[in-house]
Design a protein. Structure first.
Length: 109
């Protein structure tokens, strides 16, 4: 089991059908799953609304429980979760890179 890392949560609106729009907050790498399921044009938004700690080694299992293992394999590949783990780590590192200037600015005040 790996250590947990912090990733941003993105608020998006998912248009499920003509009458149903749902607002959800998901990690950036989960947007790919939503776009695959509902269509790219039906998943909109990019506002960071928070952060969550995740274990990169367990994200494939979490998404499989949420969406089903077949969809996870279709979107992220059948490599035992390696590609998804890389996407989780990339989301965490880009989040840290975005947060660093803000932290320095706050410290300077």
């Amino acid at each position: 089991m790996s250590d947990k890392i912090e990733v941003p949560m993105i608020e998006v609106m998912v248009r499920r059908d003509a009458n149903t729009i749902t607002t959800v907050a998901v990690p950036p790498y989960e947007l790919t799953m939503l776009r695959q399921m509902f269509g790219k044009e039906n998943v909109t938004g990019d506002t960071v609304v928070g952060r969550i700690e995740v274990a990169p080694d367990q994200e494939a299992e979490r998404l499989s429980a949420k969406y089903g293992p077949g969809k996870v394999i279709k979107v992220y590949g059948d490599d035992g979760g390696e590609r998804l783990r890389e996407l989780v780590e990339k989301a965490a590192s880009s989040h840290q890179a975005e947060s660093a200037p803000k932290a320095r600015a706050a410290a300077a005040k």
